[in-house]
Every structure is written in structure tokens, then in C-alpha cells.
Design a protein around this ligand. Structure first.
Ligand SMILES: *[C@@H]1O[C@H](CO)[C@@H](O)[C@H](O)[C@H]1NC(C)=O
Ligand SMILES: *[C@@H]1O[C@H](CO)[C@@H](O)[C@H](O)[C@H]1NC(C)=O
Ligand SMILES: *[C@@H]1O[C@H](CO)[C@@H](O)[C@H](O)[C@H]1NC(C)=O
Length: 310
């Protein structure tokens, strides 16, 4: 059954040459525990974080009855936020004692953990770095071509940290007014840079309070504004398009046109309740076109970006 609104969205998108299916619910946390971020393993099994738990979860979205299972629980943490694969099947995860009311991490609590699945047996976890000055670690990105480095967004400081997960060295890579929150005078949430992802030497990032998607050369330079909306985290696809979790309940697709301008389309606006992040599946042709979306209301959804009435 397709709802009229979905049908109209599909009709509009078809006109633009984009066809995606309405989001399908894969899993809902029983107590509504919010889901924050995710990464897809080579098998398409998902790794999922929550700001209300120090446990990294896994879920097989292709299972008949998907369930959240514990991978590892980190010490001295209450929240997990960004996660990214920085070497094949090795992931960096941001952990902190995060007060979800004040949106502040307890001083000194922020750590980047590395979780390694390459042995094939029980994954091993080690604390790869501490970021003592961090006030709110949020999105996390690998850096293509730099297998020891990850970038971590700080939503309060308005910075992107570069973390060497081999040596534990941390430095501020980028700091820009486009990354800072507006502050108490602005709309909630009082979070600046949220998601961040690197592609072709450029850092793409959202700013939640300023409601922007932007990009900037990794080495610094002019920040280019791509578009506006109530954005959370996002993913970049193989064509360089950005699929952005958009509040209160939508998914926005950014496509760069031939003349260089960015087209911004809402490609899903049903079922989603507080989308927080998105990642494509990986195992096989179908899975690589399935976009998995987490939400702060505890949903995990699958969006078939190939279209059709799923
Ligand atoms: C956790 O915090 C306690 C108290 O501050 C400290 O003694 C302990 O070493 C910490 N554990 C880890 C793994 O950091
Ligand atoms: C979290 O922040 C709120 C608002 O600032 C404060 O009232 C509360 O005591 C804090 N909770 C903890 C556990 O520190
Ligand atoms: C770029 O192309 C789009 C679609 O053809 C058009 O609407 C837009 O005005 C163009 N922008 C510029 C700056 O040329």
C-alpha cells in the first residue's frame, strides 16, 4: 500500500529522474531508545550507536527478525556518537559521558575507541585517543588515503579534530564560524557542526543550529554553502550526492548539477521520526542501493534508492 503523499513524492522525483521507495521499518527499539549513528560492515551488518548507552550494537538488517546485539560496552561513558570504518572492518567510535540535557560532555570524558573485527572472532576494542578539550563529540569520518586518521566534529566548540588512531595524537584541523553553534539565542538544538564526511579532498559538514550543509577544502579555505535545512548527519554516495537526515522527519538529497549549483530535494518525508544519520548497505548490488537510516525515536529504516513500490 502506498500512501498518497508517498505517491506524490515519487511522482515529483520521477520528474527529476530520481526514484526512491518510501522508508520501510526494519527495527524499532522496544523502549524507544534513540539511535544516533551507524556504519555498515562489509557483510552489511550494521554497527549502531546511541547517545543513551555506552554499548556499541550490531544488527543484521537482512535477518528475518532483526535484533540489536551487544558488540562491546565502553567504560566511563554514557553515550556513543560518531562511528566510521577507517581500515577494512576496523571502526573508530566516539564515546563520552554526555549530558543529553545540557548537551555537554563531562570534562575529560571524550575518547575515541577502535573496534577491530579483522580476526574473525570476538572483536577487540582499544582506546585509541582521548580528546580532553572536547565538549560534544558528534560526527566522525575516516579520511580516504590516510588509514591512521579520523576526523571528529565538536558541536559546541565548532571544530573538526584530526585524531591519529595509531599514536593518539589530536589536533584541531579546521575551525570556522560556519561550524559553530549560534548559541542560546538560536533555535534548538544548540549544536553547530554535526555530521562530517570527507570526499575528494573536501570536508562536507552539516551545522544543526545554523541549518546548513557546507563543504571546505581539508587544508582550509573558503567554506561553500550547499543548502539549508534542519540537518543532522548524512552520507555521501558513490556519485558524490549527499543524503541528509533532516528534522523532524525527512531525508534530503543533494545533487550537484552540471553548472555546479546544488539541487536540494526532499526524497522521503513519511515514517521517519527524528532521523539522525544514514549509511548505505554494502554486501552485493541490491544492498549498496539500500540506505539505512537511524532515528532518535529508535527506528532503523531502509530506503530503497532504486525506487519502486517496496
Ligand atoms: C574510569 O574512571 C575511573 C574513575 O575516574 C578510573 O579510575 C578508571 O581508570 C577509568 N577507566 C578507564 C578504562 O578509563
Ligand atoms: C545535565 O544538565 C542539566 C542542565 O544543565 C542539569 O540540570 C543536570 O544536573 C545535568 N545532569 C548531570 C547528571 O550532570
Ligand atoms: C544551473 O542549472 C539549473 C538547472 O538547469 C538552473 O535552474 C540554475 O539556474 C543554473 N544555475 C546557474 C548559476 O547557472
Amino acid at each position: 500500500m502506498m500512501r498518497l503523499i508517498d505517491f506524490l513524492v515519487l511522482l515529483q522525483l520521477a520528474e527529476w529522474g530520481i526514484a526512491i521507495s518510501p522508508p520501510q521499518l526494519v527495527f524499532q527499539t522496544p523502549n524507544g531508545q534513540g539511535l544516533e549513528n551507524l556504519a555498515a560492515r562489509p557483510s552489511s551488518k550494521l554497527l549502531i550507536t546511541s547517545t543513551s548507552s555506552p554499548t556499541l550494537y550490531t544488527l543484521d538488517p537482512t535477518a528475518a527478525s532483526p535484533a540489536l546485539d551487544e558488540v562491546v560496552t565502553f567504560p566511563n561513558a554514557s553515550a556513543l556518537t560518531g562511528i566510521a570504518e577507517y581500515r577494512p572492518d576496523v571502526y573508530a567510535v566516539a564515546a563520552s559521558e554526555l549530558n543529553v540535557t545540557s548537551l555537554m560532555a563531562a570534562p575529560g570524558s571524550v575518547a575515541i575507541w577502535s573496534v577491530d573485527f579483522t580476526s574473525g572472532g570476538t572483536p577487540t576494542a582499544r582506546r585509541a585517543a582521548r580528546i580532553p578539550q572536547s565538549m560534544h563529540p558528534n560526527g566522525l569520518s575516516a579520511v580516504p588515503g590516510q588509514p591512521d586518521l579520523v576526523l571528529v566534529a565538536d558541536s559546541i566548540l565548532g571544530e573538526a579534530f584530526e585524531v591519529n588512531v595509531r599514536t593518539g595524537a589530536v589536533r584541531v584541523l579546521l575551525q570556522d564560524a560556519a561550524m559553530t553553534p549560534i548559541g542560546p539565542s538560536g533555535p534548538p538544538p544548540a549544536l553547530g557542526i554535526n555530521g562530517l564526511h570527507v570526499r575528494a579532498g573536501l570536508l562536507y559538514f552539516t551545522n544543526s543550529q545554523r541549518a546548513t550543509l557546507s563543504r571546505v577544502p581539508l587544508g582550509g579555505g573558503t567554506v561553500e554553502l550547499l543548502g539549508s535545512g534542519a540537518f543532522d548527519d548524512f552520507t555521501l554516495d558513490s556519485e558524490g550526492r549527499a543524503w541528509v537526515a533532516t528534522n523532524p522527519g525527512a531525508l534530503t538529497l543533494f545533487t550537484q548539477l552540471k553548472n555546479g549549483t546544488w539541487e536540494e530535494d526532499i526524497v522521503a518525508n513519511t515514517v521517519l521520526n527524528g532521523p539522525s544519520s544514514a549509511a548505505f548497505g554494502r554486501d552485493g548490488g541490491r544492498e549498496t542501493k539500500i540506505l539505512y537510516v537511524t532515528t532518535r525515536s529508535g527506528q532503523l529504516l531502509a530506503v530503497d534508492t532504486r525506487g519502486g513500490d517496496a
